[in-house]
Design a protein. Structure first.
Length: 265
C-alpha cells in the first residue's frame, strides 16, 4: 500500500471550505484503462450471474461510481443498501438523487425492529463505545442480519472495496468467494482515491456531502468522525478502537446462522 493509500497528508489545499472534488479529483496515468477494466468486469458479471447479481452500496464515493457505471452503461444490475437506523441524513439524501438523476431504484434493507430494541434496552444507546464485542454486536444487528436478507437468493454481489482503503484491504482481489457460496466482485479494487473523485467530477455524479467535511469513509453517525490531514483513510471509523479491529464484519466470512440471527464472530 502506497503512502497515498495510508494517509491523506499528500493532498494539497486541505482547509476549511474545500470540497472533496477540489481536494481529491486528479486524473492519473492509467485511469482510462482502469475505468475500461471496471466496465468490462461489470459486463462480464451481468453475463455470468444475470438476475443473481446485486450491487450492495454503502452510498459512499466508490459505490456511487459503481452505481453510475451501472446506470450509464444500461447494465441489468439490482442495487440495494442497508439503512441501519443510525445513518447520517446526508447519506440517506442520496437515495432520491440516485432515482432522479441516475434513474435507478435502490432497495433498502433495515434491521429487525425487535432485535434493535432488545439490543438497545440491554446494552444502551452508546454500547458501541463500551467494548469491541458490543460494537461488533451492534454492527451484527444493524448490518449483518439485513445483509443476509439482501443477499438471499443471490449468487454474486458487487462492492466498492479498494486496495488503497486500508492495510486490511491491501490485497483485495477483483473476485473472491464470500464464504456463503456467492462471489464477491470488487470491480474498483485497483482504483485510487484520485480515480474515484476524478470520475465523480467528470461525470457529475452525486455524492455524500459529508465527504466535503473530511470524511472519506462514512458509516453510522455515532461511529464516524472527520479525519485530520495526515490521518489514515479509515481513521474516522471507530476511532476509539485498535487499528486492526476496524471492520464491521460485512466483508468477513460468516456462517449462515450468524448472518440470519445477527450473531457475530
Amino acid at each position: 500500500m502506497s503512502s497515498e493509500s495510508s494517509s491523506l497528508s499528500f493532498l494539497p489545499g486541505a482547509g476549511a471550505g474545500s470540497s472533496a472534488v477540489a481536494l481529491y479529483a486528479r486524473e492519473t496515468a492509467g485511469f482510462d484503462a482502469r475505468l475500461a477494466k471496471s466496465v468490462e468486469l461489470l459486463r462480464a458479471a451481468v453475463a455470468t450471474y444475470g438476475a443473481g447479481l446485486i450491487q450492495s452500496t454503502s452510498l459512499g464515493a466508490e459505490d456511487m461510481v459503481i452505481t453510475d457505471l451501472i446506470a450509464r452503461h444500461g447494465l441489468a444490475v439490482d442495487v440495494a443498501t442497508l439503512d441501519t437506523g443510525k445513518l447520517h441524513a446526508q447519506t440517506l439524501a442520496l437515495l432520491p438523487q440516485i432515482e432522479s438523476r441516475l434513474g435507478l431504484q435502490v432497495a433498502v434493507f433495515k434491521p429487525v425492529d425487535e432485535q434493535v430494541i432488545h439490543f438497545v434496552r440491554t446494552n444502551g444507546e452508546k454500547a458501541m463505545y463500551e467494548s469491541l464485542a458490543l460494537r461488533k454486536a451492534c454492527c451484527a444487528v444493524r448490518k449483518l442480519e439485513p445483509l443476509s436478507r439482501m443477499l438471499a437468493g443471490r449468487t454474486a454481489w458487487i462492492t466498492g472495496l479498494r486496495r488503497e482503503q486500508s492495510a486490511n484491504r491491501a490485497e483485495v482481489p477483483f473476485s473472491e468467494p464470500d464464504g456463503q457460496g456467492r462471489t464477491k466482485l470488487n470491480v474498483l479494487a485497483e482504483w485510487s482515491w484520485n480515480d474515484v473523485w476524478f470520475y465523480l467530477d467528470k461525470f457529475d455524479v452525486p455524492y455524500n456531502l459529508l465527504h466535503d467535511q473530511f470524511m472519506p469513509s462514512i458509516g453510522c453517525e455515532p461511529c464516524t468522525r472527520a479525519i485530520a490531514v495526515g490521518e489514515d483513510f479509515r481513521a474516522g471509523r471507530w476511532w476509539w478502537e485498535d487499528e486492526n479491529a476496524k471492520e464491521c464484519g460485512l466483508h468477513k466470512a460468516h456462517s449462515n446462522e450468524e448472518l440470519k440471527t445477527g450473531a457475530h464472530a
